[in-house]
Each structure stands twice: as C-alpha cells, then as structure tokens.
Write a protein that binds this ligand. Sequence first.
Ligand code: 5CA
Ligand code: ZN
Length: 409
Amino acid sequence: MRAWMTPEVPVLPGTGGGRVLVHDSLTGQLQPAGPESGEARLYACGITPYDATHLGHAATYVAVDLLYRAWLDAGLGVRYAQNVTDVDDPLLERAEATGVDWADLAAQQVELYRGDMTALRVLPPAELTGVVESLDIVTDLIGVLRDEQAVYQVPDPEYPDWYFSVTKASNLLEGTGISMLEAEHVFAERGGDPDRPGKRHRLDCLVWRQARPGEPAWESWLGRGRPGWHVECTAISLAALGAEFDVQAGGRDLAFPHHPMCAAEARIATGRPMAKVFLHSGMVALDGEKMSKSRGNLVFVSRLLADGVDPMAIRLVLLAHHYRSDWEYTPDALAEAQGRLESWRRATSAAGGADATATLDAVRVALRNDLDAPAALAAIDAWALADGDDPAAPGLVRDLADALLGVAL
Ligand code: 5CA
Ligand code: ZN
C-alpha cells in the first residue's frame, strides 16, 4: 500500500565522523548499526490500524526516524520497510464492537496514520506493506517452514490451525532475560495461546488460523483462513530486505514474544539471522499506565493537531526523552516543547548567531551515540541562548534541526 509523502531533508556540510551506534536489546550492548558504507536495511514493525496514532506509536516511529536520519547524515543509503497488521484479532474485535467493516476501519486508520506521520515529518518507508496484500509471501514462507518440519496442525477436527514449533529454534528466550514461566505469561498477554489443546509446546505460535464464521479468510494450501501475527513480519521483512538486515525496530512491548518469534522463523527459513540489531523504544504512559489500546488511555496525534498544536512541538515533546526511557505524557511537557520551539525559531530567524559548527558536531555526536535526542536538544538550546553575529549560523541550525531531528523551524 501507499506510504506517505517524503519530507525534504537538507544536506549538511560534511558527514561527521564515526558510525551510528545503537543499543541492541538482544546483547544489551551498544553496537554499530548499518554498514560502513552502502545501504542500511531497516524494518520497523508497523501499526495494527485501530486507535492510531497515539503518542506511544509516534514516539516509536520518531525514534526510528532518528536512526534513518543519522544514517543519511553519515552518507549511507537506507532501505526501509514497514508492515501494517491490517488483519488480526484485536482489529477484528474492534470492528465488531463498533459495527464497522474491518477493512474500512483499517483503511481509515492507515490514512489517519499517514497524515500524522506526514505532519510529524517522519521519513516514510519505501514499502508500507499490509498483510492482506502479502498473503502469497506469507503462505510461501509457511511452506518453507513446513519443508523444515517447523510447522504443524493441531489435531482439532473443526479448526486444524497451523503452529510454528518453537523447539525447532535454538533457544527462543536467549538474550531476553526472561524465564519460561514469565515467557508463557507475557505470551498469553500479547496474543498467544499457551493453553490451546494439541500444541506441542506452550509457546508455539499460530501461523495460520482456519476460517471461523464471520471472520475474513482467504483460500490457500493451508486451508481457508488467515495468517497469525508474527509470521507476517518475518515474511514481509525478508521479502523486502532479505536475510540478516541491519535493524528491526519497534516498541519494547515487541521485545517478547514478537521479535524473537520472527527471528526464530527467519533463522529456520533462511539459515541466517533475521536482523543484526534489535532496537526497542520505551513505553509512553498516561496517568501512570502504559498508553495502550486495551486500556484506552490514549492521546492521539490527530487530536492534538485538530486542537491547533504545532506538529513540530509534538515532535519536540517526543524528542525530549531518550528513546529507550519510559515516560509519561503531560500537558506541561507540551507547553515546554512549545517554549523551546519559539526560542529556536526566534534564534534562527535572526540575522546572525553564535558560530554553529560546534553545535552541528555536538548534535551529530549525540545522535550517533544511541540516538541521544535530549543531548541534541540541549546543544541547540545552548546555541539559541548564546550571542553572536555569524550570519551563516541561523541557516545552519535551521538545516541541522530539520535534517537530523526532523524539526522544521
Ligand atoms: N502491528 C504490531 C507490530 S507488527 C503492533 O504492535 N502494532 S501497534 O499498533 O500496537 O503498535 C505500533 C508500534 O507502536 C509498535 O512498534 C509498538 O511497539 C509501538 N507502541 C505501542 N504502544 C506504545 C507505547 N505506549 N509507547 C511506545 N511505543 C508503543
Ligand atoms: Zn511486527
């Protein structure tokens, strides 16, 4: 499906020095992300299109956007793919509960998401790929897994659904730091079904669900049905990027079971790792609880925009927190971001300012060091407060804020 409009990215002087380092959640280490030269390959787990786009989603996609921009600035090309989970249980439940056609709900929410991402100047993926338009690649991948004896049908005469066999993977929990007991609990919380009779292992995940009455379903060699969640990202990412791409990104709620499950399927299908680095953003909360569709404690980007809030102020709210920290949204944070935006706009519309070459270096260093946006904001804050009459400085700061932080002044 269509992505959204690409914002212009100003070209900055030089490329700075050094690789882009990010915290890999699997190893817990800061690691170079992307190649030294050439093209970096990035996959971000996309939305399930209902209740989009809340500030938690936006924070995650802005974090990914910082990586994209840091790579461009370092002189790399970027191949970026993102999925849309446009058929899945929670989407169908919401459609049912609100009496809306599930496909209409998905289309309307994807459109809202496109508008929000455009307003926030998030660079779009080259491919935004829905599950519904990817059924062939998903069923082909399940076929490869079947050839490796890594999928099976539960012996349920009515609904012989297909499952991925986690015991085929070396160790699903490796690097996650969680016990099997915890894993089962989180798996159940995040769409898994540990108690389904006939499964060979409690963590085996659904890859193809046979049609239930009233549910959308498609003909395939697996029976008439629809894909499970994890296998969609495995199939879509491998088709768009190939095996062993550079970064798989998403919120920390995808650190288990979603990403390890995708990685396990990919390793069996290709014999290679899926992503080299896993980037996980922290969770945004409201009123003391993670912002989530199931809790309904959501602040929507589109609501703020409709209230007349400057999208660049929303972006600055998100950038004021390091992407790995968990934080809580408050209206005060928005007021603070609006103040910062005004201060930057004032300073960059002056005839001159303090020399900004060190500011460019500081912002580059901050972003290449695990996308440290708060440090980057501090560097620009300091420049905006300093006096000077360099006529080139305001333009340079305007360009660097836009190119590296996506903040158009
Ligand atoms: N479609 C799946 C991924 S394949 C999904 O998780 N969709 S989602 O709509 O629930 O979330 C979209 C993205 O936003 C995911 O990367 C998710 O990890 C992230 N996300 C969801 N809630 C929050 C939150 N409160 N704070 C930060 N990120 C969040
Ligand atoms: Zn995903």
